[in-house]
Design a protein around this ligand. Sequence first.
Ligand code: NAD
Ligand code: TDX
Length: 366
Amino acid sequence: MEKPLKHTPESVLVTGGAGFIGSNYLLRMVRKYPDVRFVNLDALTYAGNLANLHEIEEASNYRFVRGDISDSNLVDSLFEQFRFTTVVHFAAESHVDRSIEDPLAFVRTNVTGSTTLLDVARHHWVENGNASRMRFHHISTDEVFGSLGLDGRFSEDTPYAPRSPYAASKASSDHFARAYAETFGLPVIISNASNNFGPFQFPEKLIPLVISNALDLKPIPVYGRGENVRDWLYVEDHCAALDTILHFGSDLRTYLVGAGNEVPNLDLVRSLVDLVDRTLDRSEGTARKLIRFVKDRPGHDFRYALDVSRIQEELGWEPDHTLEDGLKKTVDWYLSNKGWLDSVRDDSYLHYYDRMYTDRLNSGGN
Ligand code: NAD
Ligand code: TDX
């Protein structure tokens, strides 16, 4: 299918590029598009890990800036300096359990921070009359649609019904993105993806937590009875979809991204721990003994599932990985990158920025 090109990125602001999906995205895009400049703005919260970007940190078309998306002066000065044609906005607080502990942190970044970015982009693009060649890609989640029962799937037209503070903050940022498009003519495009998994995911999320605990023979917590269903998407397939949406998607359009891999949590956890045992040559059932049913998450959404016919039919995107392939690649990655996992667990990853940037500056490098 020949697709018409809708946007040509030249200078791209990527927010949250040191996080899980953002770093997978930058590793793909910086190498694939050497003539396009990528500026990664990331506050380096606990979820930001610059070591993820080691392979591209010296690339001539890549720059890292440590900063908060809510800092409008900083974002404005970056727009002045780099003349962005494109924003790809990943930065967010992203963990549902943390949003139950501290909802306001989610409002600050996901709502105020996202709206700050939209507003600076409006100032630079719309008020200067050159919005039509620009693009603001807002990355969002299927959780904005709420919770499904045993049947049905979300589509782009499903009304929003968020149920956790995280989902409410993401829904709010989606609404602001759409409002800036409708009211000010900002060239916004939105994608809502299902649960991602793969390399560099912080081990607070289900899949890396299970791998990490199975590896160390620690208890593996399953919320409730493990009956909740998630629709799993391998992160490289998501990044390929985002690449396609950025270039070929239409303004003011939403695209759902998912791979149709619906599995109840307990089944997923069992397959994962068996895979870890097999990969480590341990006797069958070793890690299954670690599974513990624990108190359920408050307001735990029962099921997510996506109808992805729009992105398939309009943009020709299909995932390249089956769930089995993706899980195998993920387990292999964590087991062969034990150093990455150790540095996250002992917090030494937090010093990567000082080692790479501050120390180098102090010693006269750049
Ligand atoms: P993540 O938590 O791994 O990474 C978030 C990144 O944003 C980190 O590098 C962090 O340092 C940075 N950040 C946080 N607050 C910031 C701020 N105020 N200013 C600048 N940077 C800040 O998240 P992720 O899983 O990679 O998710 C990325 C995006 O994709 C989020 O918007 C999330 O809602 C969305 N999403 C995630 C999934 C998933 O399964 N992980 C699925 C669908 C959509
Ligand atoms: O220890 C656990 N035990 C458990 O049973 C954890 C951490 C989770 N779970 C369950 C809760 C969910 O039903 O596993 C499922 C997946 O949980 P998470 O990995 O926390 O993901 P989820 O809450 O589904 O949200 C994720 O997908 C959508 C991301 O964290 C979001 O950023 C994304 O938008």
